[in-house]
Design a binder for this molecule. Structure first.
Ligand SMILES: C=C(O[C@H]1C=CC=C(C(=O)O)[C@@H]1O)C(=O)O
Length: 463
């Protein structure tokens, strides 16, 4: 293994040797230089400026991006269509030079808010409604093998680019060894500042959802709340990600930073992963808490598996996913019964769905088809969306939207933004929701959101 200074000196030298291979005089498009990274961390370092990372402990994958080589934004009902057209055009003029034969490619982040429409609110989102972002510098790894990917728009000057990218290597590569924070300043006291809605407002919301359901206008709707907390000191992103990684190794960790604000999630739910003609989709709905005592914990899980109300809530998600996929697949594999997904703070009914899709399907088309599922919105989809737009008292932003990685061939891996918080210095807004069907009880649903919020609240105390 190389010492840290040797690694970055080696990479700077490798960059100097290979930069001349890039077609920097071409008058448009993107070009990426891909270099092998000798040692690869589980989590990406935190630097100043725009950056993102997706890290999965159990899958041992890491995708991180820093700075902006190119980005495109969209909003409104055509947002997927617009970004897809952009990605297709970018793909046609994106040269990738994998000079060390790493097998890795440059990639983009795709992320989007829950609703394609901007809500009328005074609170400004730090993230645009829908975003396709090619980072200037990316880290990409699977198990311990990784690559450093440097990307620029064309044309570019070789001398200026060399200086710029060597600067990135100097800042980033030594930090790869110091991702896990060493000093532990002890837990942070959190002050709960504001619930939106408060518990009384929540009860009214659930009752009015139940009324819609009783009148046959909705079968299910997922209502959500926001909890604002303040920490006794500013939250530390690196410590937060490390803690989330320890608590939730089976979840996708997400961190997206722009404009001094950070959107962080540890989500169990994949919206869709597609690779070739194979896709994977999670149906997750139906929740109970964990219990400290193993017998009690197992009994709670058993009761969830046998609960008629939770199975109805879950089956509505499966039915909607099946109906959506039928338009593009003749081979959909859905487990006969859901299994339990056990997380630190909650257990869920989970059905992992697989399908083979028709040629021409890509992550944008699949996102448009599947999002939002009734796990975060409701059924029927349009009736639930418009009821939520009229009634829900918060701006969800990217909570219950989705984000992930898009490959140059437009395949990718998107995750539903759950168990998340928007963090700015010492303030964090946490989000959670619960699916309402006939038979739901307002206070039980409130408690369910408390259990879901517990995931991020616990981690923030150690941030
Ligand atoms: C809406 C959330 O969870 C969804 C995912 C899993 C289980 C859910 C439920 O049981 O209600 C929700 O559908 C959330 O975590 O904020």
């Amino acid at each position: 293994m190389l010492a840290p200074t040797e690694t970055h000196e080696y990479l700077k030298q490798r960059l100097a040797e290979t930069i001349g291979l890039l077609p920097l005089d071409d008058d448009q498009g993107l070009v990426s230089l891909i270099l092998e990274l000798p040692d690869f961390p589980r989590l990406a370092p935190t630097l100043a400026g725009p950056q993102f990372q997706f890290a999965h402990g159990d899958h041992r994958t890491l995708h991180a991006g820093y700075g902006v080589a190119a980005e495109w934004q969209a909003m409104g009902p055509m947002r997927f269509h617009q970004l897809r057209a952009t990605a297709q055009a970018a793909r046609a003029s994106w040269t990738q030079l994998d000079v060390d034969d790493t097998g890795h490619r440059g990639f983009a982040l795709l992320g989007f808010a829950a609703s394609p429409m901007e809500l009328e609110t005074d609170e400004r989102d730090h993230l645009p409604n829908a975003l396709l972002w090619v980072p200037e510098v990316a880290l990409r790894g699977h198990h311990d093998r990784g690559a450093l990917i440097l990307t620029t728009t064309l044309p570019a000057s070789a001398a200026a680019l060399l200086a710029r990218w060597q600067g990135w290597i100097e800042r980033l590569v030594p930090a790869l060894r110091q991702v896990e924070p060493t000093a532990d300043p002890g837990p942070i006291r959190l002050r709960r500042d504001q619930n939106q809605p408060e518990i009384v407002g929540w009860e009214h919301l659930v009752e009015s959802a139940l009324k819609q359901i009783a009148e046959g206008k909705l079968d299910k709707v997922v209502i959500s709340r926001r909890l604002r907390v303040t920490g006794a000191r500013p939250f530390d992103r690196a410590r937060l990600m490390t803690t989330l990684g320890r608590l939730f190794p089976s979840c996708q960790l997400v961190s997206i930073s722009r404009n001094e604000t950070h959107f962080v999630a540890a989500t169990p739910e994949r919206l869709v992963a597609c690779s070739g003609d194979r896709i994977e989709v999670d149906a997750i709905a139906g929740t109970v808490a964990r219990a400290a005592h193993p017998h009690r914990d197992a009994a709670l899980g058993e009761a969830l598996l046998n609960s008629v109300k939770d199975r109805r809530e879950h089956d509505l998600v499966i039915d909607a996913i099946r109906a959506a996929l039928t338009t593009c697949s003749d081979q959909i594999e859905i487990p006969e019964v859901p299994v339990l997904m056990r997380l630190k703070n909650a257990q869920h009914l989970w059905s992992p769905i697989r399908a083979r899709v028709a040629p021409g399907m890509d992550v944008f088309r699949l996102a448009e088809l599947l999002h939002p599922t009734p796990a975060t919105n409701g059924e029927p989809r349009n009736a639930a969306s418009s009821w939520l737009r009229r009634t829900e008292p918060i701006n969800r932003g990217w909570y219950t939207g989705a984000a992930g990685i898009v490959e140059p061939d437009l395949t990718g891996d998107l995750w539903v933004m759950l168990r998340c918080a928007q963090i700015c210095r010492d303030r964090a807004d946490l989000f959670a929701g619960a699916g309402i069907v006939a038979g739901s009880d307002p206070l039980c649903e409130w408690q369910e959101t408390e259990d879901k919020l517990g995931a991020m609240l616990t981690a923030l105390q150690f941030a």
